[in-house]
Design a binder for this molecule. Structure first.
Ligand code: HPA
Length: 273
């Protein structure tokens, strides 16, 4: 048994012993979206620091707790706060939460994030269903000896983001009267925002949005056989689209502005997933 397998197993056993049943879906909340955790009924709240082996996020806007309960009658595990590669966490910590929920028996994971808009047709604040990603992080969470009990050495990445769940997201948006976008998410490690030249390059290679999370979690989720859905909140236009500098406050402000619509969409997706 690898040490990592044992570490994930210990955390999953700890969580499993404290929740009534295995959640159907895990939901990772991106920057400024922590509010969704308050919408969970019959909640069992497990602060990350109480779970053995769990890495602690440090970035502003990430609370750091696992909330297990019900949303619209469906059993969910909400991950409020995630570990980013740019914080200095080893990749194993970046993907730890994903592996724990997979080991618990959760079958689907909804990854949300804040992202910069590269596609100039996107209005600021629009929610984008991730159709596919570009892994530009410069590494891969599966590097190292393969743990066969997690998944295969060379996992297929043909359909990282489930067609079925993307269709659920489209129907949920239509039902809520919400215009949503679709696109390709480029995952970079950050933490500096991109240069205008980098954004032109990303546009040329097919990216619609850019962010600093999600890709490692999506790869690991597929490795362990979970169905994945990704939704980006386009909190700002990427560098150079407008003649103005980027900052984290703008990201948080936009996320706050659209959080009502985002929460309503997530609830509708959870109900119909
Ligand atoms: N670039 C990278 N990550 C981001 C951005 C951005 O413009 N906005 C929110 N996350």
């Amino acid at each position: 048994m690898t040490d990592e397998y044992a570490r994930v197993q210990e955390a999953a056993a700890f969580v499993g012993a404290r929740v009534p049943t295995v959640p159907e879906m895990a939901i990772v909340l991106g920057s400024g979206l922590g509010d969704f955790a308050a919408h969970v009924a019959d909640a069992v709240v497990l602060p990350y620091e109480t779970i053995p082996g769990w890495p602690r996020p440090t970035v502003v806007g990430h609370a750091g707790k696992l909330v297990v309960g019900q949303v619209r009658g469906r059993r969910v595990a909400v991950l409020s706060g995630r570990a980013h590669f740019y914080e200095g966490h080893p990749m194993a910590n970046v993907v730890f939460a994903t592996r724990v929920v997979a080991m618990l028996g959760v079958k689907a994971i909804l990854l949300t994030n804040a992202a910069g808009g590269i596609n100039t047709a996107f209005p600021q604040g629009v929610l984008m269903v991730i159709d596919d990603h570009l892994n530009l992080i410069g590494t891969n969470p599966l590097i190292g000896p393969n743990e066969d009990r997690f998944g295969p050495r060379f996992p297929d990445m043909t359909e990282v983001y489930s067609k079925r769940l993307r269709a659920v997201a489209d129907r949920a948006a239509a039902k809520n009267g919400l215009a949503i976008a679709h696109g390709i998410y480029a995952g970079l490690h950050g933490p500096s925002y991109e240069t205008p030249a980098e954004i032109r390059y990303l546009r040329a290679i097919g990216a619609d949005a850019v962010g600093m999370s999600t890709v490692p979690e999506a790869i690991v989720a597929r490795h362990m056989g979970m169905e994945v859905l990704g939704i980006s909140c386009i909190t700002n236009m990427a560098a150079g689209v407008f003649d103005q500098p980027l900052n984290h406050s703008e990201v948080m402000e936009t996320a706050q502005r659209v959080r009502g619509a985002f929460i309503a969409l997530l609830e509708e997706i959870v109900e119909n997933a």
